[in-house]
Design a protein around this ligand. Structure first.
Ligand code: SF4
Length: 903
């Protein structure tokens, strides 16, 4: 039988680190007669993270073993009552369908608008507000608030919000309504006193629950209050951020008052503000603070991540030293490998298996879990090779047709067949979300990815999310196109978090709101700048303050006050707090957030110290500061090849480490599909054209120039034709070459007049060289060989680059090894060797002097180098700038971080 409602008793307790313990003492005191059995009581907390602290505090206050009461948040109570309400995913799709039907906005903006409207409706529900009964009343209130009459924009905003709000309100109850109903039902059966700990003023849902409970049982509410705090730290902070809504005194007056009230600063030694020069410096400063605290015996440490990027970097530094961090906030699911697999698959579907997407997909560790590892690798290697070799950029069907024609691609064809089958299991055209999700699951199954995903923590979270959404949306018939559904899915993955629960550490990464009422030994606030540590932004819908105030929605001032309370709570409940931020972002200054700037200034005025501190450096960081990494100097005598090409030798001379990485470790870049002609392709085409031309026209003298030019042009067009068919823009490269044609014919004729005759092109040559272990072999391919009637020979190398660069290259002929190697390979009849620069309208010849002497010197040098390397000589990364500029090993040798410069 319900009793008459009794008043809800509210205790406003001074905000301090002991708030939870204080509440526990008061609860035990109130229920002392029931000890040791407190199990009938219900204690409601604002956050589940406070439960362990409260349990300990209750036991300590009781001074004996107690049967603990039920401790839960309101959300947990509602969930336990099994009343879920309409899922947000259904609300979102309903709103999306309505917005799409009405055609009010561009399609690309619809999901974002849905999110905004749901946030607005949630706030209206949470605050137990509603909108006016009719659209005209809402419009007139908006006009009044904006002080604008007859605005079409306002009318539009009112119409959109009102109609969608009515549509939603007429549907099944949402999350908040369901929660309110469940809590009301629970309160209707209240059989024991209720105690509620709050973070601040009661929220409407909390107030309603307390009032309903109070009709049957006693209700006691505990609220922290800053303005009655006695602790010196909170008193000092109250001078900085005066509680309440009244206009604060001027800063100088507050500083005077603070000094008068507290002779010594209670913040000195407790709060440090560290401005770091950049991301790495900030992460290093955070890691150094944590190490310092750990060394001092502190155990409960919070990393409060206002800037997630810097926080993650700091975490990586700590984990490198074996200091693990328990991440309460988690990772966005979209950043996991599992989500990357889904993304790669959807890219393959969207863009007809664009080769890069296809390779990304096939490289996923989750794929083809049913195949042996060697088969997976063989399929991948063959696919990479086949696509590059045939320059296949798009088209799943085309890939399969081309590779199936050739030997050696059986595994790649198997991969392509499975991908094609998976593609067939996805819906075509438009489908309901549930059907799209079912198709995705079938495709992942066909690709052999499900077992791998299920065995991975993030993968399992992703599968669970997909399953849950499919169940929630199975009865929602709205059909989405592929791109609409994909955007929906991307947002789902972006909004879902993956929390790694395998780590249990006293070092916790969390966010500022989650520190409310909690106690830590120390905390570091990462990213305390004005962008990252700013009050929550007001929403895009109804952003005008007067409108928000009129409708009873939250105001920016509330968010600012909440931020100050949170900062004050954090500083007061930790023995030490360090706030870090980056003083520069790119070229721009990055300022400390206004709240902490204010604190710093007031502290300086009151106690002569702005609390700024220098970043500490951990020993490892100190040792490395300003130095860089050592230049790598590997030695691998057993891997030094005895057979090498002229270009490998050139690489060895340019930089021994580059030779080591490319030729000894086999890390040379794999050939890739080229979607547009590059300079090197152009060079290859020119070589091919001239080879074909001279095969039919070894001698030009006596033939009319026009006829020769026409022949050369015809061959040129034939060679370029397949590329132009694929990409019309390649015409530019052809035109560039055709400009050279008349000049080339004139140059060839002038060589013939000097007695030289074309004697062959693309000639493969090799030569043995004596070395300590027997012989080494140098091999290479000569672009072109000319011969005179007396047997004298000339080695020519075509270059599609300008003559000036080649001239510089030959300025130190001892360092340019290519021509000398060709001379060595061709033999002693060579009298001339040179580059032919095919750029502009006239070829330019650049000759190597003293060709035979150069060739002999390079032969001796190469043999000596091989002997030294096979005896254990090191291969330092000391390429000169010209070599490093185009070197793909730059990331490997870390040339930009060497402590010594190349000499
Ligand atoms: S980047 Fe320079 S130093 Fe590094 S491997 Fe390449 S050439 Fe050598």
């Amino acid at each position: 039988m319900p009793e008459a409602a009794r008043p809800v008793v509210t205790h406003r307790i001074p905000a301090s680190a002991d708030f939870v313990a204080d509440c526990a003492r008061r609860i035990v005191e109130a229920c002392r007669g029931q000890l040791p059995d407190l199990s009938p009581l219900l204690i409601v907390l604002p956050s589940p993270a406070l439960a362990p602290t409260l349990r300990q505090a209750l036991a300590a206050a009781a001074g004996c073993t107690v049967l603990l009461p039920r401790i839960a948040t309101l959300a947990q109570l509602a969930a336990a009552a099994n009343v879920d309400g309409q899922p947000d995913s259904q609300r979102q799709l309903t709103l999306y369908r309505l917005l799409r039907e009405r055609g009010w906005f561009a399609d690309s903006a619809l999901w974002e608008i849905c999110a905004e409207l749901i946030a607005l409706f949630d706030e209206l529900n949470e605050r137990a507000l509603g909108l006016p009964e009719d659209e005209e009343t809402l419009l007139s209130r908006l006009e009044q608030a904006y002080d604008a009459r007859g605005s079409q924009l306002l009318r539009f905003e009112a119409e959109v919000v009102f109609r969608l709000w009515r549509a939603e309100a007429s549907g099944p109850p949402g999350r908040h309504a369901a929660m309110a109903m469940a809590l009301a039902a629970m309160a209707g059966e209240a059989a024991a006193p209720l105690f509620m700990l709050c973070e601040g003023e009661l929220r409407p849902v909390e107030a309603a629950f307390c009032e309903a409970w109070a009709t049957r049982q006693a209700v006691t509410v505990f609220q922290p209050q800053r303005d009655t705090a006695e602790a010196p730290v909170m008193r000092a902070l109250n001078f900085v951020w005066p509680p309440g809504t009244g206009a604060p005194l001027p800063l100088a007056s507050r500083a005077d008052a603070a000094r008068a009230a507290l002779a010594e600063s209670p913040l000195k030694g407790r709060l440090r503000l560290i401005g770091a020069s950049g991301l790495e410096a900030e992460a290093a400063a955070v890691a150094a603070e944590v190490r310092r605290w750990l060394a001092a015996g502190r155990t409960a440490i919070a990393l409060v991540a206002a800037d997630r990027v810097a926080a993650r970097r700091a975490r990586a530094l700590l984990e490198r030293d074996g200091i693990l961090v328990q991440d309460e906030t988690g990772w966005k699911l979209s950043t996991t490998r599992a989500a990357a697999l889904v993304d790669a698959w959807l890219e393959v579907v969207a863009a007809d298996a664009y080769h890069r997407d296809l390779l990304d997909l096939v490289k996923s560790p989750f794929l083809f879990g049913d195949l042996a590892e060697e088969m997976r690798q063989a399929g991948l290697v063959q696919l990479e090779d086949g696509l590059a070799r045939h320059n296949l950029a798009y088209g799943l069907g085309r890939y399969e047709t081309v590779l199936a024609r050739e030997n050696g691609y059986a595994d790649a064809v198997g991969v392509l067949k499975r991908v094609a089958e998976a593609r067939r299991s996805m819906p075509r055209g438009s489908a309901s979300v549930a059907d799209w999700l079912a198709g995705l699951e079938r495709a992942l199954d066909t690709l052999g990815a499900l077992p791998g995903l299920a065995g991975d923590e993030a993968g399992a979270t992703l599968l669970e999310l997909l399953r849950l959404r499919r169940e929630e949306l199975v009865a929602v018939p709205a059909r989405l196109t592929f791109s609409e559904w994909r955007e929906w899915l991307n947002r789902e993955l972006e909004n879902a978090a993956f929390v790694d629960r395998s780590i249990d550490s006293p070092l916790v990464m969390t966010h500022l709101a989650a520190t409310r009422l909690r106690c830590f030994d120390a905390a570091v606030l990462i990213g305390a700048d004005r962008d990252n540590l700013a009050p929550a932004l007001s929403r895009a819908v109804f952003s005008n303050q007067a409108v928000r105030s009129d409708l009873g929605l939250s105001l920016p001032a509330e968010a600012a006050a909440r931020l100050r309370d949170d900062l004050a709570g954090l500083i007061a409940s930790c023995d030490e707090v360090t706030a870090t931020w980056q003083t520069m972002r790119g070229d721009e200054a990055n300022l400390l957030c206004p709240e902490l700037s204010l604190l710093s200034v007031l502290h300086a005025c009151a106690w002569g110290d702005d609390l700024a501190a220098k970043p500490g450096l951990a020993p490892a960081v100190e040792a490395m500061a300003g130095r860089g990494t050592a230049m790598p100097r590997p030695a691998a005598p057993q891997r030094v090849p005895l057979r090498l090409s002229a270009s490998a030798y050139a690489s060895l001379m340019a930089c021994p480490y580059q030779f080591f990485a490319r030729r000894m470790l086999g890390l040379a870049e794999a050939e890739e599909v080229r979607e547009a002609l590059e300079k090197r392709d152009y060079g290859e085409f020119v070589h091919r054209i001239l080879l074909r031309f001279h095969a039919v026209r070894p001698q030009l003298s006596g033939q009319p120039d026009e006829m020769l030019a026409t022949e050369l042009e015809t061959i040129s067009r034939e060679v370029f034709a397949p590329e132009i068919e694929d990409n019309f823009l390649e015409h530019a490269w052809l035109a560039r070459w055709l400009e050279c044609v008349p000049g080339y014919i004139a140059w060839q004729k002038s060589r013939e007049a000097a007695g030289w005759r074309y004697a062959g092109g693309e000639l493969v040559r090799e030569r043995s060289l004596p070395v300590a272990e027997g012989e080494a072999v140098l091999h290479g391919r000569l672009d072109r060989l000319d011969r005179r009637a007396d047997g004298g020979e000339a080695v020519l190398d075509y270059k599609t680059q300008d003559a000036q660069g080649l001239k510089r290259r030959l300025a130190d002929p001892g360092e340019d090894v290519q021509l000398a190697c060709y001379v060595l390979l061709q033999g002693e009849r060579v009298e001339e060797a040179g580059y032919v620069a095919l750029e502009g309208t006239k070829p330019v010849e650049l000759s190597l002097p003293e060709v035979q002497e150069m060739a002999r010197a390079q032969g001796v040098r190469l043999a000596a180098a091989i002997d030294a390397l096979r005896a254990g000589a090191a291969l330092p990364a000391h390429g000169v700038d010209a070599a490093c500029a185009w070197c793909e090993m730059r990331g490997l040798c870390r040339r930009d971080y060497h402590e010594e410069l190349p000499s």
